[in-house]
Design a protein around this ligand. Sequence first.
Ligand code: AMP
Ligand code: MG
Length: 252
Amino acid sequence: MKQTKLVEITDIEKQKAILEEAGQIIRDGGLVVFPTETVYGIGANGLDADACRSIYVAKGRPSDNPLILTVPDEEGARQAAAVIPPTAQKLMGRFWPGPLTIVLPRKPIVPDAATGGLDTVALRCPDHDICRAFLRCAGVPVAGPSANLSTRPSPTTAEEVMHDMDGRVDMVIDGGPCHIGVESTIVECNGDDGVTILRPGGVTVEMLQEVVPHVQLDTTLVTGKGVPKAPGMKYRHYAPSAPMTVVVGPVD
Ligand code: AMP
Ligand code: MG
């Protein structure tokens, strides 16, 4: 069991030393939970196979379910992606920082432990100042799936994070509640003018169509048949351990 240090960040400049400590933990192979605009992420050095493996242990996540690498900017993406085609460049220009994850061919330095053995890597740049300050301190792409136990709902506050992760990670950075609360949209690029949505999320089809003419959904998401291209889509998700009531009807 780890001693989990919980720190609240309210002023990035004044509390820079804490973010630098968090960056050092990442470079040393440890685990740091960090806020993003979607949900809290559990971070490890995305170029360090052992560190990536420790994420799977902390979450109880199946090892064929690849991780998303978070980066502070496009430059960070170049550390992990072998090529950034023009379509990806356009998407980054319009949606980064933001809740869009782009799947690209990986560089050899990205370990199998981060990609579930795929030859592609999923990259995202969160729209969250504390998160990006932390990523800059880390200096490496940070693998960052949601900071919940596998199958459980994703946490949007540090309190929810501590519920699942206390004793499993080295540090939790409390940056307040996440404002989007659902995961990023995951896309892959098809040639010069198309993308396929592998997982729906914060960026909608309509938003993508403003930048790329041809937007399609991975057919397995529509038909429920075949193997989804985003491996995580085949697993059970968001399963609360309490009775849930769905209320249907007008808000009033
Ligand atoms: P999350 O658990 O929200 O961080 O999202 C991780 C999900 O991203 C995985 O479960 C996969 O579905 C998807 N993913 C990650 N890497 C890749 C990749 N290289 N190709 C396709 N999907 C990926
Ligand atoms: Mg998740």
